[in-house]
Ligand binder design. Sequence first.
Ligand SMILES: Nc1nc2c(ncn2[C@@H]2O[C@H](COP(=O)(O)OP(=O)(O)O)[C@@H](O)[C@H]2O)c(=O)[nH]1
Ligand SMILES: [Mg+2]
Length: 269
Amino acid sequence: MDISLATVALPDDPAEAGHPTHLVLIPSYNSGPKLIETVRAARRHWTPVWVVIDGSTDQSDAALDRLTADDDAIRVFVLPKNAGKGAAILHGVRVAEREGYSHVLTMDADGQHPAELIPGFMALSAANPKSLILGDPVFDDTAPLVRVLGRKLSNWWTDVETLWTGRFDSLFGFRVYPVSALREVMDRHRWMRRFDFDAEAAVRLVWRGYRPISVAAPVRYFRPSEGGVSHFHYVRDNVLLSWMHLRLVAALLAGLPRHLVRRLRSSRH
Ligand SMILES: Nc1nc2c(ncn2[C@@H]2O[C@H](COP(=O)(O)OP(=O)(O)O)[C@@H](O)[C@H]2O)c(=O)[nH]1
Ligand SMILES: [Mg+2]
């Protein structure tokens, strides 16, 4: 299902009152100067905002101390060693679950994602708690062609893996997840700790009955001179993504009767 945020009722003053069920979670690994801008932007639109520093070595987290000193709605966790995007998110999700949060909006730390859409995504999630709210990237001319094409291929795989339950972008990290279900899925599967997180998390949650809702969200690719950083390694991460799709297709085939039943049920709703 595709939705436009124009139809969503927004919460009152989301940057003021601390929200009891939904939080913003930002995993960060050597994100450079964009980290502070990103956290500030998220805070303008939501309370609370949590950051997981994933073994960063570029001192990008140093300035966060000043932000947290002035604002206790920002919370920072520091992992001593780099563990990967998925592992950093899992760290935040475990704490969120213990503290009673039901949903978490994840966004990248490098300024690529639209913070102004946070309230709309959260409102949609609050109205549809058994859904995944998935950003559908709207690229501008800053997007490298090879990343755009690579995505198409990955999206084709997730379409197959979910038996065409609903079209969604497999790799975009601007999303709202259910906290406990995500933690359970990640405890059961030892992969999903690095760049294989986004696609596998969405597929496995759809398999658990969560309905994907796609919402258009602009994405920007900054040049290094603008503070842009990416740790995506074409060979290493494409191997990781191919292995992930292979695993998911194998799991689909192994449980095909169950997946077909789920698929039939989902088309009736
Ligand atoms: N690549 C990478 N990103 C991580 C890691 N831990 C946390 N992240 C965060 O995951 C997000 C996506 O990473 P990024 O390198 O920007 O990937 P890209 O946007 O797909 O080029 C960013 O917010 C990173 O800071 C890690 O170990 N590796
Ligand atoms: Mg990025």
